[in-house]
Design a protein around this ligand. Structure first.
Ligand SMILES: [Zn+2]
Ligand SMILES: [Zn+2]
Length: 556
């Protein structure tokens, strides 16, 4: 098939080979008249290896270039790894956004809470609805997950239908919302499915994940037999869990106090959209101190050990209204996301030191994942019977396990790709046919910077070595007219022999300028470079590490 023929294409621009930052695009039509549909626009969270960086966003340079051909952006659900980049990146695209009511409402609340965020309209579409976006015929499939309204997408094209699963699991008894729409998925399989582009997060795990209802039972027990105060922390967006905690609290006549802004926001949106219908009103934090210990439950943000979130503040005894003490119980109804172990450990140890009992998912079924394990993936493949399996949403290991499982199940074509691969799904044998530009942006303060810019690499270097600044003035002939000024940042004050480092730098600078050959002295840049090398070498001799050295030469 020639490259200019009518094709159905897929390219991940984020989320494949990594956890987070999901962004996928589907392309339809001939190359010179191709339309693109984008799915999700998420962020990833930066670790300690990116000092000063708050968030990682996909580089959407390619989409910006293709803006005229981009017909829409569909959000599968309201987790940050799927919709967290919209406020920062949408202004560069200005593309129509489609989302179901809870996602739209949570997005609106988030936007309002961010000062200066642009006005971003969202086309609200009902759960399970079917609508057209340009040449794409999109139908939503309700999927159970750890947030209300996770939607799979059936994207119907003249080449066949694709199921883009989004994040999902099978849970016959979720606490809220409908279970995964098995009937619709089976019907898709009956009608014929070209490709299943799906969640790989838990493809390494055997069996099935337990139900939210199982977790609710355990929570009810642990909350019911708490001797004194009890605090529960969970992901703010997990409305299933909020409901389970609220029900458990009501059963033992405890009032629920919500602590933390992110949790407050989700509770408000969940009430507006009906997901907490029938759940008792929660109390504000100032009621906490008046309620008897066995009549109160604090529902807190901070399950990942975030230093500024409610639980860490409570653990440090810095919360103005909410306190815990010896004999109280804290339940982590959450999983520690890789990278956050130290922070979570610090909070837990802080609590335990104060004599507070801490319960986690290591000993009790107080959390389940929102992603499918292998038996659930097998069920989905058996219902949908796709011709092509294309694993996404996972690190390399998850993708490989998902692919291996699809092969074992006899899926005719299994395609593995990475961010930036352009996959032709149809016509012909599916394969990676090209690459599209992809990359990462860092949210640094108020700015977005390219990941390959030197900024963060410099900052990382600064974390290991210090800086020497040397400044002096010379006349036109390169003769010193002032003593060098030396400043050290992050460098030990004296070397092993007790000699002061700033004196070492000063002497090295002075010696170098005075001994430079005459022709070199006329060039201030050459002077600066010679001094820089000499000062670095001199400091390194005493220290064993080479500092960053900045030299300013002023010609007067
Ligand atoms: Zn996700
Ligand atoms: Zn999710």
């Amino acid at each position: 098939m020639a490259a200019s023929s009518d094709e159905l294409l897929f390219a991940p621009l984020g989320g494949v080979g990594e956890i987070g930052m999901n962004l996928s695009i589907y392309g339809l039509g001939r190359e010179n008249a191709r339309k693109w549909l984008a799915i999700d626009l998420g962020v990833a969270f930066a670790g300690d290896d990116l000092p000063g960086v708050d968030l990682i966003l996909p580089d959407i340079g390619y989409l910006v270039e293709q803006r005229r051909n981009l017909v829409g952006l569909v959000l599968t659900h309201a987790h940050e790894d799927h919709f967290g980049a919209i406020i920062d990146l949408w202004p560069r695209l200005r593309v129509p956004i489609y989302a179901t009511p809870f996602t739209a409402a949570l997005f609106a609340a988030k936007r309002l809470a961010e000062p200066g965020a642009p006005d971003i309209p969202i086309n609200e579409v009902p759960l399970g609805s079917r609508f057209s976006i340009g040449p794409f015929d999109v139908e939503l499939v309700s999927m159970a997950h750890s947030i209300p309204e996770s939607n799979g997408l059936i994207i119907r094209t003249p080449h066949g239908a694709v199921l883009h699963t989004g994040d999902w699991k099978l849970d016959p008894t979720p606490m809220i919302g409908p279970p995964t729409d098995e009937a619709k998925l089976r019907a898709l399989g009956e009608a014929g499915c070209l490709a299943l582009v799906g969640d790989s997060t838990n493809a390494v795990r055997d069996g099935r994940s337990p139900s939210e209802a199982d977790v609710a039972k355990v929570l009810a027990e642990l909350i019911g037999n708490s001797p004194a105060r009890v605090a529960v922390t969970t992901f703010a967006s997990n409305v299933n869990r909020i409901r389970a905690v609220a029900d458990a609290a009501r059963a033992c006549e405890r009032e629920v106090v919500v602590v933390g802004r992110a949790m407050d926001r989700v509770v408000q949106v969940a009430r507006e959209t009906g997901y907490l219908d029938g759940v008792q009103d929660f109390r504000s934090t100032d009621a906490y101190g008046y309620l008897p210990p066995d009549k109160v439950l604090a529902l807190c943000t901070g399950s990942q050990g975030e230093a500024r979130a409610a639980l860490a503040r409570i653990a440090r005894d810095e919360h103005p209204d909410v306190t815990l003490s010896r004999g109280d119980r804290v339940i982590f109804s959450s999983r520690t996301i890789p990278g956050n172990e130290k922070a979570v450990g610090a909070v837990i140890n802080g609590l335990v030191t104060q004599g507070i009992e801490v319960i986690t998912d290591r000993t009790h079924l107080v959390h389940v994942s929102g992603h499918p394990r292998r038996a659930e993936l097998e069920d989905l493949f058996s219902w949908v019977k796709p011709r092509i399996a294309l694993p996404v949403h996972g690190e390399a290991l998850h993708l490989a396990e998902h692919a291996a499982l699809a092969r074992r199940l006899g899926i005719p074509e299994v395609v593995t790709c990475r961010n930036g691969d352009l996959v032709r799904l149809a016509p012909g044998k599916p394969s990676v046919i090209d690459e599209v530009p992809e990359g990462r942006l860092y949210k640094d303060g108020r700015l977005l910077i390219q990941a390959d810019a030197r900024t963060v690499a410099d900052r990382r270097r600064l974390g290991f070595v210090g800086v020497v600044c040397v400044a002096f003035a010379v006349d036109e002939r390169g003769t010193l007219v002032s003593d060098p000024a030396v400043e050290l940042i992050g460098i030990p004050e004296v070397d092993g022999e007790g000699e002061k480092m700033d004196a070492i730098a000063y002497d090295a600078a002075l010696d170098t300028v005075e001994n430079l050959p005459k022709p070199r002295r006329r060039d201030p840049e050459a002077i600066a470079e010679s001094v820089r090398r000499a000062v670095r070498a001199a400091i390194a001799e005493g220290w064993g590490k080479k500092p960053i050295c900045v030299v300013q030469v002023v010609v007067v």
